[in-house]
Write a protein that binds this ligand. Structure first.
Ligand code: CUA
Length: 321
């Protein structure tokens, strides 16, 4: 939040600075006057009479009502202006990239209606373009927040769609979080915004639209199709119930929180993606309590060998862009 990487976050930091400046100024003046009064009017040796008693001072009361009023109006005008500016709907702007954001317990779905592409957890965007968001939830109240780019914007449970937008000035991976207490894994409901140049973004869209890559080994492909693809989708196959897995090997993290060592965002605390996939598939509830994924071993009857084969396949399912 304090290191903004785009116009919306810069505007938000501007508001924070304005509010802090006003608050610090008020504090210094009030404490300064108080200190002056304590020293100047303290009881001096030999002073025993009761000081002059003052009740009411119209002029002073007007002043100390007017000053806060002016300060609140200044804060209010800038805040309201920014709130509306940042909630602006750019969906019909031809230069904007439209993204429909759907929050789920405990993951994020991103779909690009103009490109016919849906992904999860890594929101890939081009730099220097407005990203027009339409936000909704599939279950409970969540809130979309990318501290260095934009937010927070709630995803409502009453079916209303919230609009927001942001723009990343330069390439990079930015941490996103759910900012509304939503359940046992609220704290783990992370995602990444990956800003790339326009050419890479176009390549990514093309790679997402390519036919699905399935496991080469027929037995593994069979397990993957019958078990995994009954909830997940890859390319043109499967169902869009759980997170879309197309190109999952290129993602910054598994399940949003198991950081991939070869990723760009905070890779220093990451593990190889294949190991993260094994950790996740062997114990989804241990990684993210309360998530809706059935345990592949206990609930679906997969063997350790099958789980590892699927982890190998998913880790290799990378997109070049
Ligand atoms: Cu979703 Cu907190």
């Amino acid at each position: 939040m304090l290191r903004p990487q785009g116009p919306v976050a810069e505007g938000q930091l501007g508001l924070i600075k304005l509010a802090i400046t006003i608050m610090v100024a008020v504090m210094l003046i009030v404490f300064g006057i108080a200190a002056y009064v304590w020293v100047k009017f303290r009881r001096k040796p030999g002073q025993n009479e009761i000081p002059k008693q003052v009740e009411g001072n119209f002029k002073l009361e007007v002043i100390w009502t007017a000053i806060p009023l002016v300060l609140v109006i200044i804060l209010g005008v800038f805040t309201v202006q920014k709130v509306f500016a940042f909630g602006e709907n750019y969906s019909s702007d031809k230069n904007a990239v439209k993204v429909k954001v759907t929050s789920h317990l405990f993951w994020w779905e991103f779909s690009y209606p103009d490109y016919g592409v849906t992904t999860a957890q890594d929101l890939i965007i081009p730099t220097g373009k407005k990203i027009a968001l339409e936000l909704k939830t599939a279950d409970v109240l969540h809130s979309f927040w990318v501290p260095s780019l934009a937010g927070k914007t709630d995803t409502n449970t009453d079916g209303t769609i919230n609009n927001a937008w942001f723009e990343a000035s330069k390439e990079g991976v930015y941490l996103g979080k759910c900012a509304e207490l939503c359940g046992p894994s609220h704290a783990f409901m992370e995602f990444k915004v990956k800003a790339v140049n326009q050419e890479s973004f176009d390549n990514w869209v093309a790679a997402m639209k390519a036919p699905a890559v399935l496991p080469e080994e027929p037995a593994v492909a069979e397990v993957f199709k019958t078990q995994c693809l009954s909830c997940h989708a890859v390319g043109d196959q499967g169902l869009p119930v759980g997170p879309n897995l197309t190109g999952i090997g290129s993602r910054e993290a598994i399940a949003g929180i198991l950081l991939n060592a070869e990723g760009e965002g905070r890779p220093e605390d990451g593990k190889p993606i294949r190991d993260n996939l094994v950790d996740w598939l062997k114990d989804p509830q241990g990684v993210k309590p309360g998530n809706k994924m059935p345990a592949p071993k206990e609930d679906l009857g997969l063997t350790d060998t099958e789980i590892e084969a699927i982890a190998d396949y998913l880790a290799d399912y990378k997109l070049t862009y």
